[in-house]
Design a protein around this ligand. Structure first.
Ligand code: ADP
Length: 576
């Protein structure tokens, strides 16, 4: 009888797992250890897939990407103290990228706080700058409430990071099954806005602003539509396509906005970006901040007199930028409002419109100029030749298009202009914060949440090295990820100093930018049973890509690149 009674008890681990499962969260990323090991296994029991990593930093990047790709909060589980500190990497990265995210961390026994307990740390205090909400469950009955609040906060308004603290003693507390049911009663499954039928009013822009926007666009001489990862997050692809194609207005995507409309679209101004920014007189910016990536919306990149119309879920963002018109709401819903307004008095620029022809002429000239260097087979490899081969192999996969993960200074810069996106949310890169080391985590998350897609990570050797051992995680879960490493012996190109540039007592040390030349990253993958390739020629690269893309198994392609081919800091040399 006593056993029967004990079996009916639910501990903190199980209650938390049930709370997460009830919100509809399907994945958790993390590293187990004291005191959260049972929490991870309880989540698995409740149907949540737990992806176990080697380090919390990488797991945190994975959870962030999962949040962005699924629209549900990405969950990161960490141990107390140092685990939580490592988790800050993922929390802050998600916060800056405005991705829904929950860091769940165990913490030390409450009764021992202040006495130097195992992994003791005031975790609520350290997460503050990076979280919209943080809550601690001081006793087991508080767990469901804290979980609900964290989920609601992570996804509401501008998405972002949140934090849940569950002390070790609370994880071990118990309640009866009856009590557990009651405590979990209030938790509702979370439904992203794009899955809700009736549009909530607070996510719609004002009618006056909608009509001002359409009238500004109608009367503009050089209108431009710019969109970013906020539009991708809101699933705005259909409405965007409709708006662009019915108005005939040229468009520009930010790096992660790429793919909402295909890069090859006739109205894409990507190859005439500088011209489009410099001359546009009215720019509708949807789900993208006028931050460094868009040159703050200021001269010399933008014209002094450009009128901005900003569509963003965050009123704070609109207030900060002071646009001519601010549209506060969900990107997709706002675009639908604009389309409705537009239909009353439609207009279409048409192929012969001087602005459209000006952009097209410039884009074609730039593409042709680029093609001259892009279509050459340069060996030893520069960045362009292998990038072109990678582009063609990715395009040959067709639909569903692979998810591209991209990082590294030169590798990401060159990749951004050469690699083409054809479908929405198929590009993950260093993002708003320029975070390096995200590649393996992003690739793992992309493969886990989108099992139908191939994942291709195109990385510099430095970016790969941050969490290179996570290739073991790829093999363990048998994920269809090909990691392509542009190996140029280090950051920017390894040790490129001349003897005259080196002096001092440590002159015989390798350069701060260098790694072991021609390191065999392919063998790291092979050590775990995955497939490794080392390639130095176009033919070898083509066949490695073909084989690994069709195998859909974990692979590393180690491309040896001329260390003198890259430039310092990629295209941001002026900042270094
Ligand atoms: P990018 O890096 O593509 O330029 P940013 O991260 O700078 O994009 O901007 C994304 C913007 O999208 C943020 O300001 C964020 O508030 C906004 N956003 C997030 N979700 C939505 C949504 N559902 N609708 C509209 N805007 C959104």
């Amino acid at each position: 009888n006593a056993n029967k009674k004990a079996g009916a008890l639910v501990d903190g681990n199980r209650l938390a797992a049930r709370a997460f499962a009830k919100t509809g969260i399907e994945h958790m990323f993390g590293v187990v250890g004291i005191p959260v090991t049972s929490l991870a296994s309880s989540c698995v029991t409740e149907g949540i897939r737990f992806i176990a990593f080697h380090n919390e930093q990488s797991a945190g990047y994975a959870a962030g990407a999962a949040g962005y790709l699924t629209g549900k909060p990405g969950l990161l589980l960490t141990v107390s103290g140092p685990g939580c500190v490592h988790g800050l990497a993922g929390l802050s990265n998600a916060m800056i990228n405005t991705w829904p995210f929950i860091l769940v961390s165990g913490s030390s026994v409450q009764a021992d706080v202040g006495r130097g307990d195992f992994q003791e740390l005031d975790q609520l205090e350290i997460v503050k700058p990076f979280s919209k909400y943080s809550g601690k469950a001081h006793k087991i009955s508080e767990i469901p409430g804290v979980v609900s609040k964290a989920v609601a906060s992570a996804v509401s308004g501008r998405p972002g990071g949140t934090y849940i603290d569950i002390p070790s003693d609370v994880l071990h507390e118990t309640v009866t099954e009856e009590e557990a049911k009651q405590l979990l009663d209030g938790i509702q499954p979370y439904v992203p806005v794009w899955a809700v039928r009736a549009a909530p009013k607070e996510l719609l822009a004002g009618d006056k602003e909608i009509s001002e926007t359409v009238s500004l666009l109608r009367n503009a001489k050089k209108p431009l539509i710019v969109f970013g990862k906020g539009a991708a997050y809101s699933r705005a692809e259909k409405s965007l396509k409709q708006l662009v194609e019915s108005t005939g207005i040229p468009f520009l995507a930010t790096p992660m906005g790429k793919g909402l409309l295909p890069d090859s679209h006739p109205l894409s101004a990507a190859a005439a970006r500088s011209l489009a920014l410099a001359e546009s007189d009215v720019a509708l910016v949807v789900g993208a901040r006028l931050n460094w990536l868009l040159h703050f919306g200021e001269p010399p990149k933008w014209s002094e007199s450009v009128k901005f119309i900003l569509a963003d879920i965050s009123e704070e963002e609109i207030k900060l930028r002071k646009p001519a018109v601010g549209l506060v709401g969900d990107a997709n819903l706002i675009l639908q409002q604009l389309l409705k307004e537009y239909k009353d008095e439609p207009f279409h620029l048409g192929e012969k419109h001087p602005w459209v022809t000006q952009i097209r002429a410039k884009a074609q000239a730039n593409i042709q100029r680029m093609a001259v260097s892009l279509n050459k087979d340069v060996v030893p490899f520069n960045f362009l030749t292998p990038m072109r081969i990678v582009r063609d192999a990715i395009l040959a996969v067709g639909s569903p298009a692979p998810i591209l993960v991209s990082e590294g200074a030169n590798t990401m810069d060159v990749g951004r202009s050469v690699l083409e996106q054809t479908e929405p949310r198929t590009r993950l890169d260093a993002g708003t914060w320029g975070t390096m080391g995200v590649g393996l985590g992003y690739a793992i998350a992309a493969a886990v949440v989108n099992p139908e897609r191939l994942v291709v990570a195109v990385e510099g050797d430095s970016g790969f090295g941050f969490s290179g051992l996570e290739v073991e995680t790829l093999v363990r879960y048998n994920l269809p990820v090909t990691v392509i490493i542009f190996n140029n012996n280090g950051v920017y190109g390894g040790d490129r100093r001349t003897p005259e540039e080196i002096s001092g007592p440590h002159k015989d040390d390798p350069a701060p930018t260098s790694f072991v030349p021609e390191a065999r990253y392919d063998l790291v993958m092979e050590a775990f049973g995955g497939k490794g390739y080392i390639v130095r020629t176009p033919k070898k690269l083509e066949s490695a890509l073909k084989e690994s893309f069709s195998a859909r198994k974990p692979a590393v392609i180690n491309i040896i690149v001329d260390p003198f081919a890259g430039s310092e800091s990629g295209r941001m040399g002026h900042r270094n």
